[in-house]
Design a protein around this ligand. Structure first.
Ligand code: GAP
Length: 489
């Protein structure tokens, strides 16, 4: 049973130290969130799982970490300065401001790329306000979503030579480093470059907790292939691999579905995009409104490498980039051909993955006394704490000493905590609610038989384990993490 709605997770996340509203003591900052002690662990575990799966388990992917602030020209030639904007409308009735292209009636029916006049549709009353349903909306106007900043202490705010942006996607840091990585790591096509890091977008309508925020984290990978590869098929292959990865994180396949992005909604660089959607809104009666994008897999063609290249030309033979000092083409020794590799891009959000994982892990169970307990059935690889060491009597120094020693001994092997801040029932309930797979209880008998009780979070079953075998016992039950390393495509 997943969480019935996002609000249930918002409340759990705040109560148990996963996520807090940002700047709360100053009234908050619209849709900004801070990750608490357990949230930061969960995010790190998601990122580590992803990195291990792509960069370590495969032999064809390298990792990088590029700057957040890049030369402004990167965003000129990537097309973001000219096209990374959303259409904005205001409702004259309820005064809400929203993204026009997300509103009912904005696009004509059918998957057609034919140009249409959005303002004519707005004026004809075909488009509905998402808040109050009115069709009394303003004309649309475009709003660039990149956050602007100025570089240098002496720069005036409107000095165009000092203008810079916070990156709206991590991908461009990969493209501009393509040659650096390819040559230093002596890579041949196909190979990929992965990066995880913060991105920033001045979203018009952020909201729904950590689903849409202005500052978020992405896990992106650009997979460079030959121009003559079967690109559409490669998109499908990566979609399949990612669905398996999400399932390995504990997400039920029934809460995932694929969405072929219609041509008219494709980003400026994409020839094809398939989104993997998650059921973030199970409470909505209409099935089609329950889903939101978890990640996208796009076929970006050679758009980005060509756009950043000094020698690339357009159909008329004119250089597409007058500023770049390098050519990001690849010379294939085996065929003696030079080409701009094409790219398949799986782009996932850390925060949306964390939200999906939390929603799917949420469950409730009733105990013998008829009390309902929350159990967060996180996949053990993602659980912020793997084992909680609990003394049955906190006023017995020998028991406390033994419990603390067990915690210290386990720590180098797995994340363990010691807790004596309540009765054993309360301590179990607290660990269940934060997803700790195992509670290890030290009792009076432990002092004699050098054994402890290991309690399973999901079944509440208990077994006695020798302290000398404990680390191995827990490790065995935590491993292997349930993702099968995929074959290279
Ligand atoms: N480089 C391609 C790219 O950035 P995208 O679909 O715009 O594609 C990829 O973003 C993923 O990043 C999304 O599927 C989502 O998981 C995450 N993401 C995008 N905007 C976000 C936002 N405002 N808040 C949280 N996550 C976001």
């Amino acid at each position: 049973m997943p969480a019935p709605n996002i609000d249930t997770i918002v409340s759990l996340a705040k109560r148990r130290g996963f996520v807090f509203p940002s700047s709360e003591i100053y009234g908050g900052l619209g849709s900004a969130w801070d990750y608490g002690p357990l949230g930061v662990e969960l995010c790190n575990n998601v990122k580590q799982s992803w990195w291990r799966w792509l960069v370590y388990d495969r032999d064809d992917i390298e990792g990088i970490d590029s700057s957040i602030i890049l030369n402004r020209l990167v965003w000129k030639y990537s097309g973001h300065e000219a096209t990374f904007h959303d259409p904005l409308v205001d409702c004259r009735e309820c005064k809400s401001r929203m993204r026009a292209d997300k509103l009912e009636g904005y696009f004509p029916e059918g998957n057609t790329q034919a140009a249409f006049d959005a303002n004519a549709r707005l004026r004809a009353g075909l488009v509905k306000c998402a808040n109050c349903g009115s069709t009394n909306l303003t004309d649309e106007r475009y709003f660039n979503m990149m956050f602007r900043t100025t570089l240098g202490a002496a720069a005036a705010e409107d000095d165009p030579s000092a203008l810079a942006y916070l990156r709206p996607e991590t991908a461009q840091g990969i493209f501009i480093n393509f040659l650096n990585v390819q040559t230093t790591m002596r890579r041949k096509i196909p190979f990929g470059i992965a990066q995880v890091g913060k991105s920033f977008r001045n979203e018009i309508t952020p909201g729904n907790f950590i689903l849409r925020t202005r500052e978020f984290e992405q896990m992106e990978m650009e997979y460079f292939v030959k121009p003559d590869e079967e690109h559409f098929k490669l998109v499908d292959e990566w979609v399949e691999l990612y669905v398996e990865w999400f399932k390995g994180l504990g997400i039920d396949a029934a809460n995932l579905k694929l969405h072929e992005v219609p041509e008219k909604e494709l980003a400026h660089y994409s020839k094809r995009t398939v989104d993997i959607m998650y059921r973030y809104f199970p409470e909505r009666p209409e099935e089609e409104r329950q889903w939101e994008e978890l990640m996208g897999i796009a076929y970006r063609t050679d758009f980005d490498l060509r756009s950043h290249s000094s020698k690339a030309t357009d159909a008329e033979g004119n250089r597409v980039n007058a500023d770049s000092t390098d050519d990001l083409s690849f010379f294939d020794e085996s065929t003696k051909q030079r080409f701009y590799p094409h790219v398949i891009e799986p782009a996932a959000g850390v925060n949306r993955t964390v939200l999906a994982v939390l929603m799917d892990a949420y469950s409730e169970k009733t105990n013998d006394k008829g009390e309902t307990r929350v159990i967060l059935k996180l996949s053990p690889q993602l659980a912020p704490i793997k084992a909680a060491i609990l003394p049955l009597a906190k006023n017995k120094p020998e028991i406390v000493g033994m419990a603390k020693a067990i915690k210290r001994a386990l720590q180098p092997v797995l994340r363990a905590v010691y807790d004596d801040t309540g009765g054993i029932g309360k301590l179990y309930a607290r660990q269940d609610e934060i997803g700790t797979p195992f509670c290890v209880t030290v009792d009076h008998q432990s002092l004699e038989d050098e054994a402890v009780t290991v309690r399973d979070r999901d079944t509440w079953e208990q077994e006695r384990v020798k302290v000398s075998d404990l680390a191995e016992h827990l490790q065995k039950r935590l491993k292997p993490y349930p993702v099968t390393p995929p074959e290279p495509v």
